[in-house]
Design a binder for this molecule. Sequence first.
Ligand SMILES: *Cc1c(COP(=O)(O)O)cnc(C)c1O
Length: 444
Amino acid sequence: MHQPLATPQVTDLLDFDRAHVWHPYSSALAPSTTRLVESANGIRLRLRETDGTVREVVDAMSSWWCAVHGYAVPQLDAAARDQLERMSHVMFGGLTNEPAIRLARALTERAPRADGYAPLEQVFLADSGSVSVEVALKLAWQAHAAAGRPRRTMFTIRGGYHGDTLAPMSVCDPLDGMHTLFRGVLPQQVFAPRPPAGLDADTPTYAEWERQVRALYAQHADDVAAVVLEPVLQGAGGMHIYPPQAVALLAALARESGALVIFDEIATGLGRTGTMWAADRCAVVPDIMCTGKALTGGYLTLAAVLCTRAVAEAVSSGSAGALMHGPTFMGNPLACAVACASLDLIGSHTLQRTERMQAELDEALDPARALDCVRDVRTLGAVGVIQLHEPVDVERVIAAALRRGVWVRPFRDLVYAMPPFVSDADDIALIGRAMVEAIQEVHG
Ligand SMILES: *Cc1c(COP(=O)(O)O)cnc(C)c1O
């Protein structure tokens, strides 16, 4: 049996962590607080405090939107154990493996479909979301080069987030994405204004946005390689919900000009926004699509890029004769086996649940609307967002929510929840109450 850590060990671990370990977007000079997770089960994390106490809290973040079935999921544990007994990894160059093939088949079967669009039927298994976006961009660049019309520019909208490696960073929001810091290093892309908030496109604001975007696109149409979007919900760039019509418009502009359409569904896909893919709300199938985050149910790092036969053939017919990418851990059997088991758990019941969760989040977050510090409350599927008028006092809101039994990790002016799909109505009520009360306590 697993031995719980003694208090001096916990202190020692946290001291070393603070002194020597990078955390996401962290400073070595002024590291922010980290808490030690000893284990996790269901939707709860067991945190070990330095005073020896154990605190069980609901994970309203699904570990950065990945652990959609919660933790220690029997079906996923079994898939991992079963695969470990065969092999954990084997190279993908010249060799293949059953879990990778099964996963590719499952993804093509579940890929978005719409009338008038070719299906996504070719799969590249990447080892993280950022790498999958790199591959998607390379597919687009290679496809154009092979057709003898090298186009370089990616056309996207402000407020996006597509990952932390260099090419994906170039399509992240230029201000949030710290483009100034990396000036001269990042490729230059074209950014349209962010579409107006909400799903409704029948507004004067939307009409004005459309006019601006058409004009901007026309200026660059001849050099656009692809339009790159997180459809309907921009995640890490600001939890911004925008009209499916905006997605459809940009996809149509791309098609008319001979550019490709790339959907980054790493955050939105696999049921999170209430439909299997956010693309399903837009009646558009992209030429290239990235999926990641929840793909293994949060067990292991894995992402995938799907593309149409036409893109795959165009890339393969170029001078290189191949897609020029091949990570060491490509097609990792352990991750793929868990991903297959996770996809098996995502079905129509998941979509019904995430749809109902939207109503529960609406109700649970509603009291926030009465607070003076709150600017907006919005929900989409299993995503609930409270936006303040000012930057969140992150450390204090985290502590206040933890005292109420919930783990959240706010950023900028946003306190949000992306709970595991297995959360029930009571869990959502608890999450909402903790968020609202924590904001009230800290921001008044
Ligand atoms: C998280 C995320 C990525 C990057 O994925 P990593 O696995 O962190 O590299 C890319 N795009 C979107 C939309 C994301 O939410």
